[in-house]
Design a protein. Structure first.
Length: 282
């Protein structure tokens, strides 16, 4: 009997029932990858997808970005029904495009249009990294170019939020051509006295960072955003040197003169409003 009192009882892990699992809806909570804080997803979205504990900027969809910037009911979308094809007959490419359309409810990796930012009209292009990692194919380049041309025609400022892994490999040289195409359109905007504000978000890399994303009259970035052309490992192998820990971050680029300012998402609309106000009166 005494032996039974001091004998440890075996404990077994219990597996939650299917009913218990269903009681916690998927996506209800979000863990911050920076500080590991677990928060309600609804509260995170109310805070513009910025962690209330550490200020980490979570990714934002294109339409969430529009909603955070434009006056209610003022946004009009351009070229919503434009979709990509498979010009090089790349294996399974069309299936991947269709899968991303279903997953994101977008037809391509960029949304363009016009609207008012605190009463100031502007044309905008917002890239969405959920669609093919925001890569730039023919449709992305065409939509951005058309948006720039609309800004020229209407004499509106042009805003661009980039988030991209670079050129889209499945479209080969046709993708690379978009670098020159969009850059030429921005040069035309510049010659006509137009304003271009580029905002780089996480990540902005490859052919996008090497073309239109870096050509703004103002070049801004969100805190902690990865911005660069080639990958860290390739650069270290090429120059045979170890790079700083903060290399290719928005803060590193600001320190070395490649950005005008790092702007928190919660301050973005205020900063853009100030610039639009100054240039409208100018």
């Amino acid at each position: 009997m005494l032996k039974d009192l001091f004998t440890k009882k075996k404990r077994y892990a219990t597996i939650p029932s299917e009913r218990a699992k269903q009681e916690v809806p998927e996506g209800l909570m979000t863990k911050c990858p920076s500080c590991r804080t677990i928060m309600y997803t609804k509260e995170l979205k109310k805070n513009l997808n910025v962690c209330a504990s550490c200020g980490h900027h979570h990714r934002m969809s294109a339409y969430e970005r529009m909603e955070s910037l434009f006056d209610e009911g003022s946004f009009v979308e351009y070229d919503k029904d434009m979709i990509g094809k498979n010009p090089l007959d790349f294996p399974t490419y069309e299936e991947k495009l269709e899968a991303d359309r279903v997953k994101t409810n977008l037809n391509e990796a960029v949304v363009t249009g016009e609207g008012d930012v605190n009463g100031f009209p502007a044309v905008i292009a917002v890239m969405d990294a959920r669609f093919r990692m925001g890569s730039m194919g023919s449709v992305v380049g065409e939509k951005i170019t058309r948006a720039i041309e609309a800004a020229i025609e209407k004499d509106y400022p042009f805003l661009l939020f980039s988030a991209s892994g670079g050129a889209r490999m499945q479209e080969g040289v046709l993708s690379l051509m978009q670098m020159a195409k969009t850059s030429a359109a921005l040069q035309k905007l510049h010659r006509n006295g137009g304003l271009f504000i580029s905002i780089m978000t996480h990540p902005t890399t490859g052919g996008v960072s090497a073309s239109f994303a870096s050509l703004g009259d103002y070049n801004f970035a969100e805190p902690g955003a990865l911005i660069g052309f080639a990958g860290r490992r390739i650069i270290e192998q090429t120059i045979r040197q170890e790079l700083p820990d903060d290399f290719q971050t928005a803060e590193f680029l600001l320190k070395h003169g490649q950005l005008d300012r790092v702007v928190s998402r919660k301050e973005m609309k205020k900063v853009l409003t100030t610039i639009l106000d100054i240039h409208q009166h100018a």
